[in-house]
Design a binder for this molecule. Structure first.
Ligand code: NAD
Length: 471
């Protein structure tokens, strides 16, 4: 695919991590970003894919960043304090990197607020503190010290990331389809628009249908992206933005006792917490309430306040149906009660069918419910760029869009995807998203039961979280 260079990184470009996402971003950077090859370094402890860097004349620094060495390693790479860090690793503390990038005068992008090892597993912290809420609060707090500093984009992959841009398109579409005037410019305008549209909540609704021809070997955890990433977030507590329309907490649900308190957490792993949700390929389906930054940033961004009081806020969370092999892998891990000893990420070459539907499912408005998002097959992803499946491409193209936006807006300080120009970002990303579609449905979580069993349901309002939750 012919590439248009959208923006240029001036100075040094450093990518941290060369896993499934790092390898997929590389051809997109080569196509769409202007950069100096002699000043491009990839920090990656494994040598498995080093040949891809050697072939391209890109420097491979084979080292694992740690709390002890990261500052020296990175300061050594940015002697003139000019350039960009794209962090696509696991086990490297995002907050420490963001602070260092500000001190060095360097732009920064990541796809998740990642802590050093020891937070996700084997931690002494109470479960409330093992959520994403305190991680995000630390990022937001730190950002106050760097207003107008080098742009640092926090949590910008597909989700968190792209889904915040799709949500804005979805709101404009819903406004047009229901005759509601809309010309939002500020955060307050967007929040007011969502309130006027009567949106009660948003699922980040994903269905990954990618399959390999080979049956999943027992004991091997198989996924279409980072197994470590899925395990880490999957075994954090379930977490969601808590809408102002909600009447009661779910079983084991807890409010946060510090910060803006716009979210709740559930005292069970997200990877074992199911909700009823909806995606266009299959219609009604189960999704997992795996914690994600967008489940916190979106309800925060769309809160309408009267003084200090929140008068409107949507409920928001991930409802993720991973690929079949990952569903089976989670079932195995939950049953065994231990982390898998072997893992495998399905490559685009191994995948024989399927794709990824990833979008936003807006419910409770005048038209009932609407899914709006990207429907990308693995076959199309293979045609578009090498080294990635459909899931990877939805992430890597969002990282590309973040790089372009950061290069074009170099001094914005700390931002999340909700605060970026969604139209510009989607303009960059759209060629890699397959078909971007809008689907309305009259489905509600009270529809469809195979048999009658006792359930705690609210029949007066189908859009209560308690109705979505499948216990
Ligand atoms: P991966 O497991 O395939 O790769 C991670 C890479 O990090 C590996 O190459 C590993 O060697 C490297 N790494 C591990 N420890 C390191 C260290 N100490 N220093 C430097 N590098 C180190 O993961 P992936 O699928 O490429 O995902 C990368 C990151 O992106 C993960 O944090 C994941 O959670 C995140 N992600 C975000 C989204 C999103 O939509 N926001 C989607 C997918 C992945």
């Amino acid at each position: 695919m012919a590439g248009q260079v959208h923006a240029t990184v001036e100075g040094v470009l450093v990518m941290i991590g060369f896993g499934s996402i790092g390898r997929g971003v590389l051809p997109l950077i080569e196509r769409h970003i202007g950069f100096d090859r002699a000043q491009f370094t990839v920090i990656e402890p494994s040598g498995e894919f080093a040949h891809l860097l050697q072939e391209r004349g890109i420097r491979h620094l084979q080292v694992a960043l740690t709390a002890e060495n990261f500052a020296d390693v990175l300061r050594g790479l940015f002697p003139e304090g000019k350039g960009m860090i794209v962090n696509l690793s696991v086990d490297v503390d995002s907050i420490e990197l963001m602070k260092l990038a500000q001190e060095m005068g360097v732009q920064y992008i990541d796809t998740v607020v990642e802590p050093w090892p020891g937070f996700y597993f084997g931690s002494d912290l109470p479960n409330a503190e093992r959520t994403n809420y305190p991680l995000r609060e630390r990022v937001r707090e730190l950002g106050k010290a760097y207003v107008g500093g080098p742009t640092a984009v926090s949590c910008c992959g597909a989700n968190p990331g792209m889904v915040s841009w799709l949500l804005k398109e979805a709101l404009l579409r819903l406004a047009a389809d229901t005759g509601v005037p809309a010309d939002p410019k500020s955060r307050e305008d967007w929040a007011g628009l969502m309130q006027r549209l009567g949106v009660k909540g948003i699922h980040i609704a994903e269905r990954d249908t990618q399959v390999s021809a080979r049956a999943k070997p027992p004991g091997v955890f198989v996924n279409t992206w980072s197994v470590d990433g899925l395990l880490s977030e999957g075994y954090q507590p379930a977490e969601l933005g808590w809408g102002t329309h909600e009447k009661k907490l779910p079983p084991k649900g807890h409010a946060f006792d510090h910060g803006p308190a716009h979210a709740i957490w559930i005292d069970r792993p997200g990877a074992d917490t199911r909700v009823r949700s909806w995606c266009p390929d299959v219609g009604p389906q189960y999704g997992l309430v795996i914690t994600h930054n967008e489940a916190l940033s979106i309800p925060d961004y769309y809160t309408v306040r009267d003084g200090d009081r929140a008068v409107y806020r949507p409920t928001c969370h991930y409802a993720y149906h991973p690929c079949n092999d990952a569903v089976l892998s989670l079932y195995e891990a939950n049953g065994a009660g231990e982390l898998p000893k072997a893992q495998h990420i399905l490559t685009a070459e191994e995948i024989v069918a399927g794709g990824d539907d990833l979008g936003v499912f807006l419910y409770g408005h005048a038209k009932g419910a609407m899914w709006y998002g990207s429907r990308l097959s693995c076959a199309e992803a293979r045609r578009l760029a090498p080294y990635q499946n459909a899931t990877g491409m939805q992430v890597t193209s969002a990282v590309l869009a973040a790089m372009v936006w950061a290069a074009e807006n170099p001094a914005q300080g700390f931002v999340e995807a909700d605060e970026m120009d969604h139209a510009r970002c989607l303009e960059v990303q759209r060629p890699y998203l397959g078909s971007v579609e809008c689907h309305y449905t009259d489905w509600t979580p009270l529809a469809h039961r195979i048999n009658r069993f006792a359930e705690d349901r609210d029949k007066d309002d189908p859009w209560q979280f308690i109705n979505f939750l499948a216990v």
